[in-house]
Design a binder for this molecule. Sequence first.
Ligand SMILES: NC(=O)c1ccc[n+]([C@@H]2O[C@H](COP(=O)([O-])OP(=O)(O)OC[C@H]3O[C@@H](n4cnc5c(N)ncnc54)[C@H](O)[C@@H]3O)[C@@H](O)[C@H]2O)c1
Length: 297
Amino acid sequence: MIKNIVVIGAGTMGNGIAHTFAQSGFKVNLVDVSQEALDRGLKTITTNLDRIIAKGNLTEEQKAETLGNIATFTALQDAVGSADLIVEAATENQELKLKIFGQMDEFAPENCILATNTSSISITKIAAATKRADKVIGMHFMNPVPIMKLVEIIKGYSTSKETFDSIYEMSKTLGKVPVEVNDYPGFVANRILMPMINESIETLYNGVAGVEEIDTVMKLGMAHPMGPLQLADFIGLDVCLAILNVMYDGFKNPKYAPNPLLVNMVMAGKLGIKSGEGFYDYSESKKAEKVAKMFSK
Ligand SMILES: NC(=O)c1ccc[n+]([C@@H]2O[C@H](COP(=O)([O-])OP(=O)(O)OC[C@H]3O[C@@H](n4cnc5c(N)ncnc54)[C@H](O)[C@@H]3O)[C@@H](O)[C@H]2O)c1
C-alpha cells in the first residue's frame, strides 16, 4: 500500500507533483539541494492552491491540510527512511539522475518503488544504477501537474508487472489518466512534441515568421491551446534542449538535432518563464499575468 511519498526536486515539476500527491491526502517529503529552492517550491504550491480556491474548487481548510502534508528536506537520506514511493523530478541530466538513483537505492526501504519523471532519459539505464531494477519505473507527469490529466507510465526493460500495476492504479487515485508506454527516447509525448517545438524554432530562425505569428498560426490554425514557442517557454528551454539531445543521441537521427537558436538561447540563460525571458518577456509584472492565463486554461 503506497502512503508515504518522497519527491526529489522542487522545481517546475517537483512542486507540482508534491502538490498533487499532498492534495490527494498523501504525506510528502519534498527534497531539494537548498532551502531557497524548497521555499520557492512551497511558495508556488501556495499560489497555485489559492488559484484553485479562487475558482471555487478547494476550501481554505483543504489548502491548510494539503500544505500540512508536505515536509521539506535538503538531504535525501533524511527524507526517504519510510518511503513507499519516490518520484525523482530533479534536473534533466543523466549523470545527476544516475547518482540520485544510486542514493535512493541505498537509503530507501527495500520495497520502495523508485519512479522518475524524466522527459526522455532511458528508464532502463536509470534502473541499472540500482539493485532493484524491477521496482524502477517512469512516471511522466505533464506541466502544470495539478491541472494536466495525463501521466505516461513507462516500463523499463526490467520493470515488474507488480510495480507497473501498482503505479498505474495509484495514478488513478490522483485523478490522473495513466497511459502505458515502452522505454524509447522521448517516450510518446516528447517524441512527437519536441520535433514540433524544434521545427517552430527553425521556422523563426529561418525568418519565415515572427514569434507571435508562428504561435498564432498554430493556435488558430491547428486549435492548439498554446503556441509551440510559448509552450517551449513554459516547459523551459533548457529542458527542451536536454530532451532533443537525448533523442538525437538515442536515435542517431539528424531530425532531432536541436536548432542553433535554441542552443544559443540556453547558453545565454534565456530559459523561458523560469528565467524571466525566453521567446516572450516575463518580467515580473507580465509573468504573473501570463502564468495566471495558463492556469485558467
Ligand atoms: N518542465 C516540464 O514541462 C517538464 C515536463 C515533464 C517532465 N519534466 C521533467 O521533470 C524533471 C524536472 O524538470 P523541471 O522542469 O522541474 O526542472 P527545474 O529546473 O524547474 O527543477 C529541477 C529542480 O531539481 C533540483 N535538483 C537538482 N539536483 C538535485 C539533487 N541532487 N537533489 C534534489 N534536487 C535537485 C534543482 O535545484 C531544481 O529545483 C526533468 O527530468 C524534466 O525532464 C519536465
